[in-house]
Design a protein around this ligand. Sequence first.
Ligand code: PRX
Length: 663
Amino acid sequence: MAEGSIETYESEDRVFPPTADFASAALTNDRSMYEEAEADYEAFWARQARELLTWDQDFHTTLEWELPFAQWFIGGKLNMSVNCLDRHVDAGLGDRVAYHWEGEPGDQRTITYTDLLADVERFANVMLSLGLSKGDRVAIYMPMIPELPVAMLACTRIGVVHSVIFGGFSPDAITDRCEDADAKMVITADAGYRRGAPSALKPNVDAALAAGAPSVEHVVVVDRCGTDPEMVEGRDHWWHDVMAEAAPHCPPESMDAEDLLYILYTSGTTAKPKGIMHTTGGYLAQVAFTQKYVFDLKPDSDVWWCGADIGWVTGHSYIVYGPLTLGATQVMYEGTPDTPRQELRSADRSTWDKDRLWDIIERYGVTQLYTAPTAIRTFMRWGAQWPNSHDLSSLRLLGTVGEPINPEAWMWYHEFIGGESCPIVDTWWQTETGANMITPLPGVVPTKPGSATLPIPGVFAEVVDDAGDVVKEGGGYLTLSRPWPGMLRGIWGDPERYHDTYWSTYEGRYFAGDGARRDADGYLWLLGRVDDVMNVSGHRISTSEVESALVDHPAVAEAAVVGAKDEITGQAIVGYVILIGSAELTDSLRSEIRQHVANKLGPTARPKAVFIVPDLPKTRSGKIMRRLLRDVADGQVLGDTTTLADPGVVAEIRDRAAESDEE
Ligand code: PRX
């Protein structure tokens, strides 16, 4: 184990801050918000929405709930960009820094609220002049540069719906998402810096649009890396050219609380990603509430840093909308944590320092850091000498998100990053929930290493068993029993799938797809996905999406995919593949197949291992028994194999797995 790591221990009885008696700690803290929300959760959320947001017109009804369709803050009108920008500038805070941005090479930009508003207004005018109007969809495929939040906020200024596509996704993913949403425009960059070099983006957009998505009329391109991409006459425009020509002021569109704000695609249990829809008022109310109370953000003095990519919901909520709504100062970083600034790089990559994050925290005086367990486990492996060589005393709160955090990683974070004095908020939520759902309010709820603790005020979570009965203590499935303001309003273009996926498994409940255990104190311990969705480094990938990409390879006849346990990434993708009769098994074939998946779905979906097998274990009704394949991948003793059509298959698969070419 890496230096500074901590041995395994029972975490359930450990409480932070340490107190002799857990129950008395819980009782002595101020739980008034929990009590208020318990008594009347609609009134609680109405108060938060009015206190935290600026409305053009007040709402007349807090909630209308016709399962599974919720409407929050009905009759209310507001504009997202006004809440994030204008109101702070109008209050005299225009000179406050919104983003301390640092590029991977080490270039820096300081962007104030006045600067941000000016760019947002101009870019909103660019979109208007290119023919976009309220309700149109725009795809955004960009690196982590300030133009990304500018593009998103400019959409919200004029009521255009954005669909951000993670920069690590492939051309196919861009085509599919643009086609599904009927996007009229794509906003991109030539490339972004990643791991020490430009990583191309615009060529992926070109390939995507050559393959389909005829609805896209315009592409706006930021020149980030000077890679000189091909520009299509009439369709493609340089960001700097159109911005220079745009008018400076753009009046905000007053939006209905339930007007669509954005679509964000996420993996489900089928090969087709789901376009998760979020609307304006409810989403913003819960994002602002959690930013203020879970992350304890004090905009006058804090420097907030969420290390996610804006391509995921975490970045939408806690790099763009949450912090800006509160008027916070943030750090935004373009690259990877093991890429030093340009001037500190030697020719040999293996000697590069692994302290970029800690260096950034020290230089900008970051007060809150929000990251993922995979990252924390990677830092553990790199060793405590990297954080130890920096002054991290500005930190006062740490957050984690994306997957279950093991108690060892929690303790390492607590000790080596938080100096044993920062509360840790383990935040459970999903693309679908819009904002934090299960997590402690720091200073109010004592924490236990590895537990996300309790639902926030106004959120109601229950663990149920197979029959849907509530489990007071013990394991089961995580469900939400009442609507919440930030909840998804549906799946773009597919209301039936929305009902079937989330609301049909347990009557009257939202089923999250996660397993969870409730302990004697009512604390929740997340156990990971129980469906065919994998969680690799906190990224959701569906088994069937990878299976479709595998069978798309000309040599593959059939494929089954499972998420195997992985010490760093939580889960790793393992594919079992049957080749077509005529295919020749060569050394390069396995890696070629893995690369094929990366080409189809992007590098995050590249299987860690592909096993070529003679057959797949199936039940007599023909269903692939993924559980057995998972056991093989995990190297475990096999469970019950009696339902297998051909029990001999598994032994053969196990032998083949032993000769894999795992990375
Ligand atoms: O399995 C849960 C896991 O991530 C899933 C949601 O993924 P996504 O929609 O991509 O959003 C990730 C960031 C909000 C969940 O179903 N997950 C998320 N946070 C946690 C978690 N698992 C355990 N603990 C968490 N704190």
